[in-house]
Design a binder for this molecule. Structure first.
Ligand code: GLA
Length: 382
């Protein structure tokens, strides 16, 4: 029997949050990277429609999450959070219902501090009433930020919201966003389904590669129900070239990152659609083993990230990534992937078979680009 020995064998030492959610990385949309605070119910409804009409929902993008700026105040008497009546005149329950009526799931945002990063009311000290309100509104997902705190550790401020959510009869995905400050991968698995590992991404090549660098030692902490989150996708926002966005998407997919689209999906180019809806790249992200890629090779600006996969035929997927501004020849030796013998090679981005390779695989990778290949043992295949 073919054995895949991988350096990054999952070493889950802490039990994942017991809410049954996030068995695969969540896929969906979040307005922050495109709209910032300029969000309103019209955009949300149009986005819900577009998730369905473009085929994104069918491709797996089912969460429609709000970010900061949906709240305006806290009722001084009842202490309930108040939805911004100008941005969301119909109120939250009807918007949630609309999104649900499209077969989608709905996410909200709050903060483990007195205020959110944009100065809206935070949930610190109001965890129970807020969690109860979210459950009454039938929300499915909560992103929980880390601004305007009382100075205590996230290790103190995040568990109360996790516990408050767990008290509700409705199961709610809990996405922690403390920016990796206190190494959440070491302590968050029992309280959250995913946790941000870095500061905010921006729509630039250098932001993308800086964040990627920080993921190099985190593979062992991810698995079904507990994901490292290198922040949302910038694909389609215009600040990077198409091949750079393709690399960003392939790498986020193999890192088992939550795939949260951050562009205007009511107005996507064909290139953006093609990147975001590539079924073979998405399948790597959603693979049932849930193994996050490790960086198995790095030589100057050339690197290879790889993970074992089980679905659509077991094998090993590798991303050969060239950060240089000229084409590079990148070789991956099979022993670095824990495989041997003759392997079939499939290009997952272009969905074509590339033939067979023995011992190693070499590819010319254009500047700022990624090649994503799947290796399968030819003997197992027969
Ligand atoms: C922080 C988070 C971002 C976004 C903004 C909203 O910076 O890291 O992802 O949610 O707050 O204010």
């Amino acid at each position: 029997m073919q054995k895949y020995f991988f350096i990054c064998v999952i070493l889950i030492t802490l039990n994942a949050l017991d809410n049954g959610l996030g068995r695969k990385p969540p896929m969906g949309w979040n307005p922050w990277n495109k709209y910032g605070c300029n969000i309103n119910e019209e955009i949300v409804r149009q986005t819900a429609d577009a998730l369905v009409s473009t085929g994104l929902a069918a491709a797996g993008y089912i969460y429609l999450n709000l970010d900061d700026c949906w709240q305006s105040d806290r009722d001084p008497v009842t202490k309930r959070i108040i939805v911004d009546p100008i941005r969301f005149p119909s109120g939250m329950p009807s918007l949630v219902q609309y999104v649900h009526s499209k077969g989608l799931k709905f996410g909200l945002y709050s903060d483990a501090g007195m205020q959110t990063c944009e100065g809206k009311p935070g949930s610190l000290g109001y965890e129970d009433i807020d969690a109860q309100t979210y459950a009454e509104w039938d929300i499915d997902y909560l992103k929980y930020d880390n601004c305007h705190t009382d100075g205590t550790s996230p290790k103190v401020r995040y568990p109360p919201m996790s516990a408050a959510l767990m008290k509700q009869s409705k199961k709610i995905y809990f996405s922690m966003c403390e920016w990796g400050l206190e190494k959440p991968w070491l302590w968050a698995p029992p309280i959250a389904n995913s946790w941000r590992t870095t500061g905010d991404i921006s729509d630039h090549w250098y932001s993308f590669i800086a964040i990627l660098e920080e993921q190099a030692h985190l593979a062992q902490y991810a698995g079904p129900g507990q994901w490292n989150d290198p922040d949302m996708l910038e694909v389609g926002n215009g600040g990077m070239k198409t091949h750079e966005y393709q690399a960003h998407f392939a790498l986020w997919a193999i890192l088992k990152a939550p795939l949260l689209i951050g562009c205007d999906i009511t107005n996507m180019s064909q290139e953006t659609k093609k990147i975001l809806m590539n079924p073979e790249v998405i399948a790597v992200n959603q693979d049932s083993l849930g193994i996050q890629a490790s960086r198995v090779k790095k030589v100057l600006t050339s690197e290879v990230w790889a993970a074992e996969v089980a679905d659509n035929g077991p094998g090993v997927v590798a991303v050969l990534f060239n950060q240089a501004s000229l084409t590079e020849s990148i070789t991956i030796e099979f022993d670095k992937l824990g495989i041997s013998g003759t392997q079939s090679v499939r290009d997952l981005i272009n969905q074509v078979e590339l033939g067979q390779a023995t011992t190693s695989y070499t590819c010319q990778v254009p500047a700022h680009s990624a090649v994503m290949v799947k290796f399968r043992d030819v003997h197992t295949d027969q």
